[in-house]
Design a protein around this ligand. Structure first.
Ligand SMILES: [Zn+2]
Length: 452
C-alpha cells in the first residue's frame, strides 16, 4: 500500500513538473536572410503566413539582414521555397536550444554581495533582493521606489541614487528590460547601478566625476512578468504578460499604432488597444513625467545588433537635435570600440536597423518633455548569438558600454537646457505669421488701387 502511494505521488509530481517545463527550442535553426530586391522582401514579409517563424530581426529595408528561427519540421519546406525564390541565406545557429542551455542563471545569496555578478544571468527576484541589500549598504545614497505594478502584480522598481557631494545638475533615467528576452539589458543596468553607487570609492576618476554630476534613476526591469516568463516558460518571449500580451515598447503615445506594429493579438509587436493601455507603460510614463522638469538624459537598453538609435523611430527624416546626437553617438562609438573593438552603428531606427516603429518609450520622452539627450542602445552582439548571448560576454559588454556612458554623460554645455519646440511647430507658426503679413499687404494694395 505504501509503495502504491509513493509511486502515485512521484507520478503526479513528475507530471506536474513536466507540464511546467520550459518550451524547448531543440533543432530550431537561426537563419539570416539578405533581401537584395523587392521580391525577396515580400518573401520575408509573408514568411509567417507559411511557417512558424520567430523573427529576431524583422524584415525592413533592402540589404538589411533578417534573422529568424524556423521550427525543425518546417525547415525542409522552407529551404526549398527560399531556393526557388533565389533568397540569400546563411545558417547562424543550427540548434538555438544548445546556445540557450549555455546561458547560465545563478541565484543571489542574500547579504552576500559577491554572489551577484556579471558572469551569469539572474532571475527577477534575485535582482530585486540584490537591490534591497544594496539599499541597506548605502541607505543615504540609494533608494528603491515602487513605481507601479505589472499586469501580474509584480513590483516595478526604480533605483534612485544621489551621491553625497553630488552637483545634481539634472536628471538621468536609465531604462532596461522592456523586452523580456533581451537578458543582457537588465544585466547591464544592474552593472551601471553598481558602478554608480560605488563611484566615490573607485579609482575611475572619469566615471566618478560623471556619477557626482546627476540625480540618477534606474529602471532595471520594466517588464518583470515577461522577463520571468522568458526564464520559466519561453526563452523567446518578448511582450508583457497581460491578456492579450502587448509589446510595451509599442504602447507609448508617439505616433501610436501607425507603423512597425501589429493589431493582431498573437503578434510579437502587438501595440495594445490604445496608447498606455498597459500598466507597465502607464507606470513608466507617470514616473518619468514627475521627473521630466530636470530630465536631461533618457537612455534605454535593448539587444541586439550594436546600434545607437536616435529618435524618432517612426520617421525617415532627422528631427530636433539629430545632428548633435549623431556627433555624440560617433564619439561614444569610438570610446566603446577602444576596449574590445566592438563596432556600433549610429542613426535613426530607419538608418540603422532598417525598419520604422511607433509607440517607443524614448521617442515619447523626447517629444513630450523636450529632453535633449535620448538614446536607445541595441547591445551585443551583431547577430552571432543574438538573444543567446553567452555569459562570458556579459562582463565585456558591460565594461565597454560603461566606457561609452562616460563619453555620453560628460556634460557638453555649461547649463542644462531643454530642447526648443519641435521644428515643424516653428515652421507651422512662422507660416501662419507670414501668411497673415501677406494677407494684410494684399488688403492694403487692394485699398490703394481701389481708392486712388
Ligand atoms: Zn528590444
Amino acid at each position: 500500500m505504501f509503495k502504491f502511494w509513493t509511486v502515485s505521488v512521484i507520478f503526479v509530481f513528475s507530471y506536474f513538473i513536466k507540464s511546467h517545463e520550459c518550451m524547448k527550442y531543440s533543432n530550431y535553426t537561426l537563419y539570416r536572410g539578405m533581401p537584395v530586391n523587392e521580391k525577396h522582401l515580400e518573401f520575408f514579409r509573408n514568411l509567417s503566413d507559411m511557417y512558424d517563424v520567430n523573427f529576431w530581426t524583422p524584415p525592413g529595408n533592402l540589404n538589411k539582414p533578417v534573422d529568424f528561427t524556423i521550427k525543425p519540421e518546417d525547415q525542409a519546406g522552407f529551404l526549398k521555397k527560399a531556393d526557388e525564390n533565389g533568397i540569400y541565406l546563411s545558417t547562424i545557429m543550427r540548434d538555438i536550444q544548445r546556445a540557450f542551455d549555455k546561458q547560465t542563471v545563478r541565484s543571489y545569496i542574500r547579504r552576500n554581495m559577491e554572489s551577484f555578478n556579471w558572469q551569469s544571468y539572474f532571475r527577477f527576484k534575485d535582482i530585486h533582493n540584490w537591490l534591497i541589500d544594496l539599499q541597506k549598504m548605502y541607505p543615504k545614497e540609494l533608494q528603491l521606489i515602487e513605481i507601479g505594478k505589472s499586469a501580474e502584480g509584480r513590483k516595478m522598481i526604480a533605483v534612485k541614487i544621489i551621491l553625497i557631494g553630488s552637483k545634481r545638475r539634472s536628471t538621468v533615467i536609465v531604462e532596461g528590460g522592456i523586452h523580456a528576452r533581451e537578458w543582457i539589458s537588465p544585466a547591464f543596468v544592474t552593472f551601471m547601478i553598481y558602478k554608480t553607487i560605488t563611484a566615490p570609492k573607485s579609482n575611475d576618476k572619469e566615471w566618478k566625476a560623471v556619477a557626482l554630476t546627476y540625480e540618477w534613476y534606474f529602471l532595471p526591469v520594466v517588464n518583470p512578468d515577461g522577463y520571468e516568463y522568458s526564464h520559466t516558460e519561453d526563452r523567446l518571449w518578448r511582450k508583457n504578460r497581460n491578456d492579450p500580451s502587448v509589446d510595451i515598447n509599442r504602447n507609448f503615445d508617439t505616433a501610436f499604432g501607425t507603423i512597425g506594429v501589429s493589431f493582431q493579438h498573437q503578434s510579437d509587436t502587438y501595440c495594445g488597444k490604445h496608447a498606455f493601455s498597459e500598466p507597465e507603460a502607464m507606470a513608466m510614463a507617470n514616473f518619468i513625467k514627475q521627473r521630466s522638469k530636470s530630465l536631461e538624459y533618457y537612455i534605454s537598453f535593448h539587444s541586439y545588433g550594436q546600434y545607437m538609435i536616435i529618435p524618432y523611430a517612426h520617421l525617415t527624416t532627422h528631427e530636433d537635435n539629430y545632428d548633435e546626437m549623431k556627433e555624440i553617438g560617433k564619439q561614444v562609438e569610438k570610446k566603446i570600440s577602444r576596449r574590445f573593438n566592438t563596432k556600433y552603428l549610429v542613426g535613426t531606427a530607419y538608418d540603422t536597423v532598417g525598419y520604422r516603429t511607433s509607440g517607443v518609450s524614448g521617442c515619447w520622452v523626447k517629444k513630450e518633455f523636450r529632453v535633449p539627450y535620448v538614446l536607445t542602445f541595441e547591445l551585443r552582439d551583431d547577430g552571432e548569438s543574438g538573444f543567446a548571448l553567452p555569459p562570458e560576454q556579459i562582463l565585456p559588454t558591460c565594461q565597454e558600454t560603461m566606457d561609452g556612458m562616460k563619453t555620453l554623460l560628460t556634460p557638453r554645455v555649461a547649463r542644462f537646457q531643454k530642447l526648443g519646440p519641435p521644428d515643424r511647430l516653428i515652421d507651422c507658426q512662422s507660416r501662419i505669421v507670414s501668411n497673415t503679413i501677406i494677407t494684410i499687404c494684399n488688403m492694403c494694395l487692394f485699398l490703394i488701387v481701389r481708392f486712388y
